[in-house]
Design a protein around this ligand. Structure first.
Ligand SMILES: Cc1cc2nc3c(=O)[nH]c(=O)nc-3n(C[C@H](O)[C@H](O)[C@H](O)COP(=O)(O)O)c2cc1C
Length: 310
């Protein structure tokens, strides 16, 4: 077989997720994937991470729930989705899951509920891996975020690991913490095969004339090019703290951005808000990658990974 210099093996302690290139999509910014198939060949992507799935359908938050900011956007969509059953029965069969890994991003309000979702998805052959969104409140712990506490983050990871023994497990970290490296270490110890970082940064925007917040939820998640420096810093810190692969997310808009994340230690990346600016962004970035590597004189991603001279 021909050697593919872009191929990535996300090798964890229990499972390996193989990608034909490092460019995946970020959850919540690429729908269920199907919405984007007229903009490019879904099978040309490294992976498709679908929007966050919950056990039951969720209507999301009241509007307005998105606001543009300088070099980015704020959202408080509130994880609107049709529920896991609708995804498994109606959406997934229409995706080219035999040709591109489809990663199910999951969201729940207790470690037990995370386990239930994981058990359901463990049975589904078209799901290549799970990505656990721990940037959500734990209802049993007074609403604090799972991802802001090493013990709660580990409890969710362990519950998903136990209930989805057959799937690679990615845990997605929040940047809204004092030490992201501590959280990364705790989910690694609890059984994660990889971590992705970062989710959105907590922010807000206000309208001076009306004296109202721009989002009905008042606060929301900041994403887009403005968060890239924070994401690079987080990936760099996490990559030095854990042995498992790190997936970089945050403000990626070009193939050069992908290479910056690889340089600080990422094994793969996810393209998010860029898909709202250009719906073909992820396809274009994957396509541009060989040229960007050639311009840098880099033959393979392994040669560049973690080579930051710091
Ligand atoms: C509208 C919107 C919805 C999102 N929904 C999810 C989600 O369901 N699950 C999740 O883990 N992350 C979600 N995210 C976070 C993104 O996947 C990504 O981590 C973040 O936006 C940073 O990357 P970016 O700057 O490239 O967008 C969402 C982001 C946006 C903008």
């Amino acid at each position: 077989m021909k050697h593919n210099p872009l191929a990535v093996a996300l090798q964890g302690p229990r499972h390996c997720l193989n990608l034909k290139n490092p460019v995946m999509t970020a959850s919540g910014t690429f729908g269920y994937g199907l919405e984007f198939q007229s903009y490019g060949d879904l099978a040309s992507l490294g992976g498709i991470v679908v929007k966050g799935l919950s056990l039951q359908p969720r209507p999301g938050n009241p509007t307005p729930r998105v606001a543009e900011t300088a070099c980015g956007m704020l959202n408080a969509v509130g994880l609107q989705n049709d529920g896991v059953e609708s995804f498994v029965k109606e959406k997934l069969p229409k995706l080219p899951w035999k040709d591109v890994p489809v990663v199910a991003n999951i969201y729940a309000s207790s470690a037990e509920e995370f386990g239930e979702l994981a058990a359901r998805l463990n049975e589904v052959p078209g799901v290549a891996a799970l990505e656990v969104n721990i940037s959500c409140p734990n209802v049993h712990a007074g609403g604090s975020l799972f991802g802001q506490d090493p013990c709660q983050a580990a409890a969710v990871t362990a519950s998903v690991r136990a209930n989805a023994p057959d799937k690679p497990l990615i845990v997605k970290l929040t940047p809204n913490v004092t030490s992201i490296a501590d959280i990364a270490r705790s989910v690694e110890d609890a059984g994660a095969d990889a971590v992705s970082c970062i989710n959105t940064l907590l922010g807000m925007a206000v309208d001076l004339q009306t004296r109202r917040p721009r989002l009905a939820n008042v606060v929301g998640g900041l994403s887009g090019p403005c968060v890239k420096p924070v994401a690079l810093r987080c990936v760099w810190q996490v990559a030095r703290a854990v042995q498992i692969p790190v997936i970089g997310v945050g403000g990626i808009c070009s193939a050069e951005d992908v290479l910056e994340f690889v340089l600080v230690g990422a094994s793969a990346v996810e393209v998010g808000t860029a898909s709202f600016m250009r719906p073909d962004a992820a396809f274009r970035i994957a396509q541009d990658l060989p040229h960007a590597m050639e311009s840098l004189g880099v033959q393979s991603l392994d040669e560049l990974r973690g080579q930051l001279k710091a």
